[in-house]
Design a protein around this ligand. Structure first.
Ligand code: AGP
Length: 615
C-alpha cells in the first residue's frame, strides 16, 4: 500500500520527507515523489523506482537550477499502483490549479469517473488521485479562495471510496490539510512543528507524541497546532498518545511479523477487492478489467485457470463456483504442467493467469503458451504493472496491497473474491437469476465481519497449535470446495513449520491414505455445514476409528462436531461457494502459530522465495 509523509515546521522539509519515505519502504512501492513549498511556489519532483533514485534526481535538479530546494512545508509519497500503471506521470504528488495545489493520497476513489466528468478538464495521469486533487481545487475556487480546509472538506462530501490524503497550497504556507477515510493517517506532535504519515514509523525519530485520525475526520495543521473536524464541520477533540514502539514494530503495525499482520489484514483488503466491483441491483459482478462485451463473454466455451501454489488453490476453489454458476467447462492447470502439455485451447477458450507477484515464471510461460494457441487471456494479479499484468493485456488487480511474507495469505482470499465475482458474471449470463446473484453479493458484504469473528479466536487456535506442534506428520481433508482449502492449509503448514503435511479429498482417503493413520498422525478435517456435511462427517468417523487425533473446522452452532474430535474451531455460517474465504483463515492461523511455537522464521521460511522467477 502507498506511504504518505507530510511536514510543517521550521526545519528543512526535504530531508524529513525523504527519510520518512525510506522508513515507509517496507510497505512496498513502485515510485515516489515530493512536493515542497519554496519561495511561494510548489516544487514537485517524482521518480519511478526507489527513494534513493528520487533523492538523486532531486540532487541533480537542484544543481541544474543552481539552488537547493528549500522550504519548511512539504508532502511526500511512495506509490503502490492501483489505478494506472507504474510511471512518473502517475506518481504522487498530484497537482491542480497550474501547480498551486499538491496532494498525496493512499486508497481507492470509487466514483472517480463521476468526478472526472464533473471536472471536464484534461488530466496528465491515469490516476484517481489526480482527479481528487483537481476536484479539491475546483472546490477551493467555489468555496472562495483563502480557505483550503473548507475546500478539502466540501470536496470530500461528494467523494466515495477510501483515502488518506494530505494537501498543501502555494498560497497557504502555514497550513497542511489532511483527511482520512479507510486509510490510516497519524499526526506527530513536535515543538512548533508537526508531522503526518501513513503510520508512526517516519514520525518516531522526531516525536513519540501522536494523534491518530479516524475515518471521516479532516485535520487543519499549522506550526501552532492542529484542529480536527468531521465532514459536517463539527470540531472533534482528539487525544494525544505516547508511543513506546520501536521502528520495526511500527512497520508491522504492532504485529510480531508481516505474516500475522497480513492474516489480520484480510477483512480490510477483502473490502478493497470487491469495492466498486459489485452491481447489487443487477445481481452480478462489475469487473471492468475483463474487457469483453456480453456477446464476447457468450462466445466463451471453456475456461482455464493457470497458476502455481497458493494461487492454484484459489483457482481450484473458483472451479466449483464457475461450474455451479455458469455451467461452463473449466479446468485448473498448474502452470508448470500446462506449459509443457498440449493443452486444448482455441479462440473460444478464456485463460486466466492468476498470480500474486505477476512474475512467477511458470505462469508467465503458461500465459504465453495460451496466447500462442489463440486463447483469450486475462490476468488476475496483485502487483500492478507486473509481467503477467502487462502480457495478459487486461484483467483485474486483486488490491491485496504488498504481501511481504513469503507464505501467501491475504492474496489467497482476494484471489478467491475476484474469481467468485467473475464466476457470478458468467453465471448471470448462463441462467443464474437476479435473486440468486443478489443473495451472493449480499453475503459478500458480510464476509469481512465474519472474517473478524474468526480472527478473534487466534489465541484459541494458538493453544491448539501448541498441542500438535511436535507431530511430524499431518493430514488435511475436505470435500467439494473445501478440498482446495485443505490443500491450502496443508501448504501453509509445511512451508512455514516444515512439518510434513498432505491434503486429500476426504472421499479419497479409503483409497490409500487411510493406511497412514494412527494415534500419532493427526487429521485436520473441514466439516462445515453444507451439502456434503454428512459425507465428511462419516469420513471423520473413519479417521477416529483409526485412533488419529482430529481437529475439526465446524460451523458455529454445530454442537455435534465437538463429540467427533479432539479439538474444534468454529467459523460463521456462509454460502458454500464463499466458504474458502472463511475456512482458510483458521488454517492460516494454525500454521502460523505452529511455526512460531517451533521457532521458525515465519516471514522468510527456509528454501522459499516470495516469487519464483526462475525455473
Ligand atoms: C504461497 O504460500 C507460496 N509462497 C507459493 O506457493 C506461491 O503461492 C506461488 O509461488 C505462486 O506465486 P504467485 O501467486 O506470485 O504466482
Amino acid at each position: 500500500m502507498c506511504g504518505i509523509v507530510g511536514y510543517i515546521g521550521n526545519k528543512e522539509a526535504l530531508p524529513v520527507l525523504l527519510e520518512g519515505l525510506k522508513d515507509l519502504e517496507y510497505r512496498g512501492y513502485d515510485s515516489a515523489g515530493v512536493a515542497v513549498l519554496h519561495d511561494g511556489k510548489i516544487e514537485r519532483i517524482r521518480e519511478v523506482g526507489k527513494v534513493e533514485m528520487l533523492a538523486k534526481k532531486i540532487k541533480n535538479k537542484t544543481k541544474e537550477v543552481r539552488l537547493p530546494y528549500k522550504g519548511v512545508l512539504g508532502i511526500a509519497h511512495t506509490r503502490w499502483a492501483t489505478h494506472g500503471g507504474v510511471s512518473e506521470k502517475n506518481a504522487h504528488p498530484h497537482t491542480a490549479g497550474a501547480g498551486k495545489l499538491a496532494l498525496v493520497h493512499n486508497g481507492i476513489i470509487e466514483n472517480y469517473r463521476e468526478l472526472k466528468e464533473k471536472l471536464n478538464e484534461s488530466l496528465e495521469s491515469e490516476t484517481d488521485t489526480e482527479i481528487l486533487a483537481k476536484w479539491i481545487f475546483k472546490n477551493y475556487q467555489n468555496v472562495g479562495r483563502g480557505d483550503l480546509f473548507q475546500a478539502v472538506r466540501s470536496a470530500l462530501l461528494s467523494v466515495r471510496g477510501t483515502y488518506g490524503l494530505v494537501v498543501i497550497h502555494a498560497d497557504h504556507p502555514g497550513e497542511l490539510v489532511a483527511a482520512r477515510m479507510g486509510s490510516p493517517l497519524v499526526i506527530g506532535l513536535g515543538d512548533s512543528e508537526y508531522y503526518l504519515a501513513s503510520d508512526i514509523t517516519p514520525i518516531l525519530p522526531y516525536t513519540k507524541k501522536v494523534s491518530f485520525l479516524e475515518d471521516g475526520e479532516v485535520a487543519k495543521i499549522s506550526r501552532e497546532g492542529f484542529e480536527v473536524f468531521n465532514l459536517k464541520d463539527e470540531e472533534i477533540s482528539k487525544s494525544v498518545i505516547k508511543i513506546d514502539w520501536d521502528v520495526e514494530k511500527a512497520q508491522k503495525g504492532g504485529f510480531e511479523n508481516f505474516m500475522l499482520k497480513e492474516i489480520f489484514d484480510q477483512p480490510t483488503v477483502f473490502e478493497d477487492a470487491i469495492r466498486g466491483r459489485m452491481d447489487i441491483g443487477g445481481g452480478t459482478g462489475k469487473l471492468g478489467g475483463l474487457n469483453m462485451s456480453l456477446e464476447e463473454m457468450r462466445q466463451v466455451k471453456r475456461i482455464i485457470l493457470i497458476a502455481c501454489g497458493t494461487a492454484s488453490h484459489a483457482c481450484m476453489c473458483a472451479k466449483y463456483a464457475f461450474e455451479k454458476l455458469s455451467g461452463l467447462p473449466i479446468d485448473v492447470d498448474v502452470s508448470s504442467e500446462f506449459r509443457y502439455r498440449e493443452p486444448i485451447v482455441d479462440r473460444h477458450t478464456l485463460v486466466f493467469a492468476v498470480s500474486q507477484s505477476g512474475e512467477t515464471i511458470d505462469t508467465v510461460m503458461a500465459l504465453r503458451e495460451a496466447k500462442k494457441r489463440g486463447a483469450v487471456a486475462r490476468g488476475i494479479v496483485n502487483v500492478v504493472g507486473s509481467t503477467i499484468a502487462r502480457e495478459a493485456g487486461a484483467g483485474t488487480y486483486i488490491h491485496a496491497g504488498p504481501e511481504l511474507a513469503v507464505a501467501s495469505t491475504k492474496a489467497f482470499t482476494n484471489m478467491v473474491a475476484v474469481l467468485l465475482l467473475y464466476a457470478l458474471e458468467f453465471g448471470r449470463l448462463h441462467g443464474v437469476d437476479l435473486e440468486t446473484g443478489q443473495k451472493i453479493l449480499e453475503e459478500f458484504l458480510k464476509i469481512p465481519a465474519k472474517m473478524n469473528r474468526i480472527l478473534k479466536n487466534s489465541n484459541d487456535i494458538k493453544t491448539i497449535a501448541e498441542k500438535y506442534k511436535n507431530n511430524s506428520d499431518f493430514l488435511f481433508i475436505g470435500r467439494g470446495i473445501n478440498y482446495p482449502v485443505a490443500l491450502e492449509g496443508s501448504l501453509k503448514l509445511k512451508e512455514i513449520s516444515y512439518i510434513h503435511s498432505e491434503a486429500y479429498p476426504a472421499g479419497e482417503m479409503k483409497h490409500g491414505a487411510i493406511a497412514l493413520l494412527s494415534s500419532d498422525f493427526p487429521v485436520f478435517a473441514i466439516m462445515t455445514k453444507n451439502e456434503l456435511y454428512e459425507k465428511i462427517k462419516s469420513n471423520v468417523e473413519e479417521v477416529r476409528a483409526r485412533k488419529s487425533k482430529v481437529i475439526i473446522i465446524a460451523t458455529e452452532g454445530d454442537a455435534e462436531a465437538k463429540e467427533l474430535c479432539d479439538d474444534v474451531i468454529y467459523v460463521p455460517k456462509t454460502m458454500e461457494l464463499l466458504e474458502p474465504l472463511l475456512n482458510t483463515i483458521p488454517l492460516q492461523l494454525f500454521a502460523y502459530h505452529t511455526a512460531v511455537a517451533l521457532g521458525r522464521d515465519v516471514d522468510r521460511p527456509r528454501n522459499l522465495a516470495k516469487s519464483v522467477t526462475v525455473e
